[in-house]
Design a protein around this ligand. Structure first.
Ligand code: KG4
Ligand code: ZN
Length: 344
């Protein structure tokens, strides 16, 4: 870290457009001044994100969202120190909107441009200074669980991290959303399964947990198991879900949460590190949150769960990575390009 920069007032404008949320945030050093997210409701009607529609909506949203972020932060664009943006991974058409916007603004204002890896951001969101968040100590294990990713990462320093486990097929958020779809719930169904799970019996039904390497995940088998289970139940009782919805959701949730916790326990044994930080949309889940709290008291783990606004896709997490990179003196070249598959 550059000590001179650490003592300065740095203002970062951050832009995130990797999937279906158009987001912009302004940070003053490691604190968030504004964090604006425009959700794209249009995808609900299709039961999932439609890439072409997402890019079009980003085009419409990006200017008003950035404007709102600057206004809420009470910052004039001429006060900005740098522009940070999500370079990838994500949907190409979506990433292109944020990338092109960030490049143009950085050229127009003649300030540094900083490219950010979306998954680094889900992890480094823990370093946002906030009264509701505790900052993890290095080294720690990050479990990133979202609609696109499921990874266990050993984090030794801000920019020294290594994936030690990941899904071999679907992401956990995808497993939630696909299960929800089979239950007739609207997209994205993860939060709904979570809501109904709280009202049901987690031991009512049991679903298999796929056997893969100790730190890897597989969710495609769960999806098939739920499909056959529902077909069987509905053959006997066409109104099965009308009375069993809460119990089915609670049982799915228990299967997924137990599976995630098992993998974390394997990672703790393998690395000898028992500080755990979660990130990504699924970390909003009440089941994983209470399982982690339980592991704190039962197993002596130290766990870190981000504030809700920093769990799902947001630009504040892009801003904190932008700030940390800025402190190292880094800036991107203007020929930097969006990448749908970006190496970690
Ligand atoms: O990180 P995120 O906002 O976007 C991606 O990068 O994918 O994660 C979205 C995912 C969706 O699959 C959504 O269903 C899931 O996070 N999700 C949840 C909950 N809240 C969001 N899954 C289970 N329980 C929740 N409470
Ligand atoms: Zn994400």
């Amino acid at each position: 870290m550059n000590q001179t920069l650490l003592s300065k007032d740095i203002f970062i404008l951050a832009i995130e457009s990797s999937c279906d949320d158009t987001a912009a945030a302004v940070l003053h050093n490691d604190q968030v001044l504004s964090n604006v997210v425009a959700n794209q409701e249009i995808h609900r009607a299709y039961g999932g994100v439609v890439p072409e529609l997402a890019s079009r909506a980003h085009q419409q949203n990006i200017v008003p969202v950035v404007h709102q972020a600057l206004q809420q932060a009470n910052i004039d664009k001429n006060q900005l120190s740098a522009i940070a943006f999500t370079q990838g991974p994500g949907l190409m058409g979506s990433l292109l909107v944020g990338t092109s916007f960030a490049k143009s603004l950085s050229l127009g204002l003649n300030i540094p441009l900083i490219n950010v890896h979306h998954m680094h951001a889900h992890i480094l969101a823990h370093f946002i200074k906030d009264p509701e968040q505790t900052i993890p100590e290095f080294p720690f294990i990050a479990l990133t669980i979202s609609g696109g990713h499921t990874q266990i990462v050993l984090v030794k320093d801000y920019f020294d991290m290594k994936i030690i486990g990941e899904t071999i097929d679907d992401a956990v958020g995808e497993a939630y959303d696909k299960s929800a779809k089979m239950l007739g719930l609207p997209y994205p169904g993860g939060p709904l399964i979570d809501r109904y799970a709280k009202l049901g019996n987690p031991h009512a039904y049991s679903f298999p947990k796929p056997k893969v390497d100790p730190l890897n995940f597989s969710f495609s088998g769960l999806k098939t198991a739920i499909l056959y289970f529902l077909e069987q139940q509905q053959a006997q009782d066409p109104n099965f879900l009308e009375h069993a919805m809460n119990d089915v959701c609670a049982s799915i949730q228990k299967t997924i949460v137990d599976y995630l916790m098992e993998k974390l326990a394997n990672a703790v044994v393998q690395t000898g590190v028992n500080r755990i930080a979660i990130g990504g949309g699924v970390s909003a889940n009440s089941g994983i949150r209470s399982a982690l709290a339980q592991a704190e008291s039962d197993l002596g783990w130290k766990t870190h769960v981000p504030k809700f606004a920093y769990c799902t896709d947001n630009a504040a997490m892009i801003g904190i990575v932008g700030y940390l990179k800025y402190l190292t003196g880094y800036q991107a070249n203007h020929n930097v390009a969006a990448k749908s598959r970006l190496t970690f």
